[in-house]
Design a protein around this ligand. Structure first.
Ligand code: GAL
Length: 307
């Protein structure tokens, strides 16, 4: 099944798929795409697909009107939107917690006009595409927290990763067993190197982290680092893709089982942002990641991809 590597799909109603800064995860034999939807009072949307090409809108899983309840473990600011000001939710990602049987939704929370609050936020739901209950926003262990992602390891431990200290550092936090709270700061990565748009995946026992530089909506050179222990030493960063990452910014890496090869392929999902005033024209970039050995990664340009 061939399709363009740069695309903006339509859902079953003919509406553009708004799932920016998001993730595609597989769950119960289907792919779910979760991401930013800034239309109206919506904040996070969820779509579903059997083939990664035809997307069915499922739900606005987090809206300004979502129910809120106090966080079970920690003090948070429970206002999703601040009266008279609003709110900005970016880079939402879910994790399924086997221990609780619930989905935890982590995201970046800001007031609409600037990025000064630098908080993360968390919500919870019994189903991946249901109505999430908002549990509030906060700064993880007091640290500034902007662009963010999540990662779940094979042993069930889960991590929240975010740009800290005015984006100068990248923090890896371990989550609590129910994935709803920050347990501890595991690692400060690449201090002073100003990285954004982190996404983490694991292949053959090696962890990879993709990040971009910090140029707002304008694309820049992405890079990757690797580690054999998530909380241990990480490599220096190496460039990925061209100087604009093919006019995209990383948001997720999707493992897809390749039956012919007998192992997983890894697909780079990036945002080609429309930018200020053109946010809703933002498109997606999907390209296969290539591996030379266990720790070397590359991303090459393809006009068309074969799913
Ligand atoms: C990017 C960031 C996006 C959004 C944008 C706003 O660098 O990755 O999620 O915050 O800046 O300018």
């Amino acid at each position: 099944m061939k399709q363009k590597s740069v695309f903006l799909p339509r859902d079953q109603f003919g509406q553009p798929v708004h799932a920016h800064g998001g993730q595609i995860v597989s769950h119960q034999g289907m792919y779910y795409w979760i991401g930013e939807d800034r239309t109206g009072r919506n904040r996070v949307a969820c779509y579903r697909s059997a083939n990664l090409r035809d997307w069915e809108f499922r739900n606005h899983i987090l809206t300004v009107d979502s129910p809120a309840k106090p966080h079970p473990q920690m003090p948070t600011d429970l206002r999703l939107c601040v009266e008279g000001a609003g709110c900005n939710i970016e880079r939402p990602k879910v994790l399924f917690c086997r221990e609780s049987g619930q989905f935890a939704l982590w995201m970046h929370w800001e007031l609409p006009d600037n990025y000064l609050e630098a908080r993360c936020a968390v919500a919870v739901c019994d189903t991946i595409d249901g109505d999430y209950t908002y549990l509030g926003s906060f700064r993880p262990i007091g640290h500034m927290s902007r662009d963010c992602t999540v990662f779940q390891d094979e042993d069930g431990s889960a991590y929240f990763i975010s740009s800290a200290r005015d984006n100068f550092d990248t923090h890896i936090y371990r989550l609590s067993p129910d994935y709803l709270a920050i347990d501890r700061l595991e690692r400060v990565l690449w201090p002073g190197q100003q990285r954004e748009a982190a996404t983490v995946f694991k292949r053959r026992g090696v962890y990879f982290m993709l990040t971009s530089g910090c140029t707002g909506w304008t694309p820049n050179q992405s890079s990757y680092g690797w580690a054999r222990n998530l909380a241990g030493e990480w490599s220096i960063r190496r460039n990925l893709g061209d100087e604009t990452t093919f006019r995209s910014q990383p948001t997720w890496v999707l493992p897809v089982y390749n039956a012919a090869a007998g192992e997983f392929d890894y697909w780079y999902l990036g945002d080609r942002w429309g930018g200020r005033g053109h946010y809703f024209e933002s498109q997606y970039v999907l390209l296969p990641l290539r591996f030379a050995g266990d720790t070397e990664l590359s991303l090459e340009w393809l006009e068309e991809i074969d799913l």
